[in-house]
Design a protein around this ligand. Structure first.
Ligand code: GUN
Length: 284
């Protein structure tokens, strides 16, 4: 079997076009949605992500404000920047790019972001709302994965969903979303015994570990939907996912490529969250 390729880039273009229409509608009411992206330090991957997020924002007609801060920025200085953004009426969404340098407490920084502007959906109140079935902002990557599954008409009720990787950013919120959609969810982590036994049961397999090739074709159930969240740069400079694409695409029913799969959807859903945040201020 050769898997159908799920084209995240094409779906993201549709989502972004829809956001651009909503931006124009808000601008008729003199509201320009604004996203602030804070980048601390010079992590090259983070620099690329931030540049892409800012460009997507501008392409949709939104205000993008990138705030680059030095690697040695203190926690207090970062908290002051966030406080100013929390109070700025031109800014509807705030994102602090992760990872932060080691001397800064990530949890403290995320909790300092106004929950109403937390377009990453990482704040504990937004995580708690998701967990209790009253979501406010969905974390962008799992949100994008759900959109892809919906666009592919993947049945979720009663499906066996296996997630490899239990991070706060992807694995845990992904589990909540699939659970809410009626899937039976298994959340694997680095201590999971016999990972293959878990992944081979999956109708829907989501892999988000940052370990290239952790899932090989012989770990995939024939016909499964495979969603590869990993974006890893090989020494050659080439980007690759967490799933071994050549072998997995011979077994899966459908699979996301890297690049061009989940990555573009993450950015598209960030724009969706930002327009939502701006629309909510217009309604209040
Ligand atoms: N680092 C890796 N993914 C993300 C993300 O979705 N948001 C933020 N803020 N940082 C990240």
């Amino acid at each position: 079997m050769t898997a159908r390729i799920i084209d995240g880039k094409a779906l993201a273009a549709h989502v972004r076009a829809d956001v651009a229409t909503r931006v124009q509608a808000l601008r008729q009411h003199n509201i320009k949605p604004g996203l602030a992206v804070v980048l601390v330090g010079e992590n090259p991957a983070s620099q690329v992500y931030v540049r892409n997020k800012a460009a997507a924002c501008e392409a949709a007609g939104m205000l993008s404000r990138v705030i680059p801060l030095g690697e040695d920025t203190s926690e207090g200085e970062l908290l002051d920047v966030i406080d100013t953004l929390n109070q700025d009426p031109a800014i509807h969404g705030i994102l602090v790019q992760l990872p932060l340098p080691g001397h800064i407490d990530t949890g403290l920084v995320i909790e300092a972001i106004s929950a109403a502007k937390d377009v990453d959906g990482f704040h504990i109140s937004n995580a708690g709302l998701l967990m209790t079935g009253r979501p406010r902002f969905l974390p962008c990557t799992p949100y994008g994965v759900m959109k892809m599954l919906e666009a592919e008409n993947v049945p979720l009720r009663g499906a066996e969903a296996v997630i490899v990787g239990a991070s706060n950013i992807v694995g845990k919120p992904m589990a909540m979303l699939l659970l809410a959609a009626g899937a039976t969810v298994t959340l694997c982590n680095s201590k999971t015994r016999d990972l293959s036994a878990q992944t081979r049961r999956a109708d829907i397999l989501v892999v988000a570990t940052g370990k290239p090739g952790i899932v090989q074709g012989d770990m995939v159930k024939p016909g499964a939907i495979v969603i590869d969240v990993g974006i890893n740069r090989l020494p050659s400079g080439k980007l690759t996912g967490d799933v071994d694409f050549p072998s997995a695409s011979q077994v899966a029913g459908a699979i996301t490529p890297v690049p061009g799969g989940v990555g573009p959807m993450t950015i598209a859903m960030l724009l969706v969250n930002t327009i939502e945040a701006a629309e909510r201020t217009a309604q209040s």
